[in-house]
Ligand binder design. Sequence first.
Ligand SMILES: [Zn+2]
Length: 618
Amino acid sequence: MDVLKPAEASAAPTLRERDQIDDRFKWDLSKIYPDWNAWQHAYAELNRKIDEFAALRGSLAKGASALLAAFALRDEIGQLEYKVWYFASLCYDQDQRDNQANAKRQEVQILFAKAAQASAWFDPELLAIPLETVRGWMDSDSTLAIYRFAIEDLYRQQEHVLDDKGERLLSLASRFSSSPNDAYAALSTADVKHPTVVLPSGVESTLTYGQYRAILATNPNQADRAAAFHEFHKVYDATINTYSTLYNSVLQRDWFHAQARGYRSTLEAALHGNNIPTAVVENLIEQAKAGTDPLRRYHRLRKRILGLDSYHSYDTAIPLVEFDRRYPYDTVVEGLPASVEALGADYQRQMRDVLNGQVIDVYENPGKRSGAYSAPVYGSQPYMLLNYNDTLDAAFTLAHEMGHSMHTVLSHASQPFVYAGYTIFVAEVPSTLSEALFLDYMLERTSDEHERIVLLQHAIDGIVTTFYTQVMFADYELQAHRLVEAGKPVTADVLGEIYFGLLQAYHGDSLDYDEEAHITWARIPHFYSTPYYVYQYATCFASSAQLMKQLTTGSDADRREAIARYLTLLKAGGSDHPMSLLKRAGVDLSQPETVQAVVQQLDVLVTELEHTVAGAQR
Ligand SMILES: [Zn+2]
């Protein structure tokens, strides 16, 4: 098939020593502090302020000005913490062999632990003052009133705080809380024996998780992928009852804490911190499950393009076409501001400032931290770490991190320090949206059918793994927790049935099922480490899909309003609960339509992929 013909390629950037890389591709940390001397000075100042804060203990009840003084000092400490931490941490990440930077970084961690202890008195002391009294102070002092949302939210959370005796008991019990996850980590990582296998094609491979994923994502031989899948699952099968016992401990722990604090369910307990109604997760699950048609069409199309007689979960990650076109950094940097034209000229200008501001560390060098991130250095600028390697993935990673950086720029410029940060529930909205806009931009410009297929697959796989898979995981977590809440037994068989049933509910007859899929749940780290966390990737995706629709369709006036609402969301930082912030931006996650926006987005992309493939085959 013509579709499988490779496109032209140029050489990837070679690994260079850091000092051989042009300065314009390296971040300039001297914008944070000119040198370690200045950093040391700031560190000492931070240390002094932490002591000053500890000395304020017992002063809050004196009145508005005493409370304001404490908040102001807490903000000064917080601002210094950003710069002192990131200067050392970014310096360490650019070359982790740098022992001096590593030592400084650890010094900051030690100081942070001291700061936490020195401020532990603050919340209980404030909460001992009746909220009505504090409200009176805020009404009479406009500067103190800035802290209204933070203060009222603290009192809101107080609802589920126990008396001293109860809190002491819970804090003693908390030492056991991490045991199930610690044991999971030991069993699945420290003590695991990765099998070395000879694949049907004759290649020998030691099946670490990384190697296993690499085989599924790159090995064109289905028999090899199948063998890797079966062998990899044997490792979990051998101790599956231990995994189910550990997971049961996670469930029991969560239910214990929920009940002890007076929540009706584990889900309610998990969502209370961000003030998110449980209906949001239930709606997410219900609508995703009802919207699996384009997901199944995609898998059936894959099966056909890949020319497979049977199509299994180990066939879902392999690329549809061979493709290694290069996307040089300078080209992408030029295109990125153009891709966000829909967000207005100001937004584009601010993005160019970030791109040209010497705050992006572009290329890999020996010792550099892997992956990519955007670091919100308050009081300076957002810094970005990349390991840019000219691939399409790298280009989209840049678009993604740029979404985070722009969120930081706008939030830091518009909010007082106390609300400058934003929660994960909102954070992945601008990054996902930034990727979606970049995809549109790329699709509009390409005339190459291979590139179009690769772009479409990239976008579709993003929806499959960030939306459908995460909702399925959330569904699994919810069902498992509900077993415990209903006093029902939790065994490896029961968990296997839930997981297998979900795979079938989402994929129907578009997938051929393997027995081992009954134990896949055992290896998902999030289930043990951070229950009820992954659904946020899916809600962010849904929010972003809904915003994308509003930003790119409708009348000019509608679009202008949508832009204004979206920029208000970015500028709002953490100044309100995430659901309220998103609602003001035009996204209501409790409504079916919001989740359906992703299903529609996938539907459009799969249809376009079907057409492109049909065109390429002609
Ligand atoms: Zn992100």
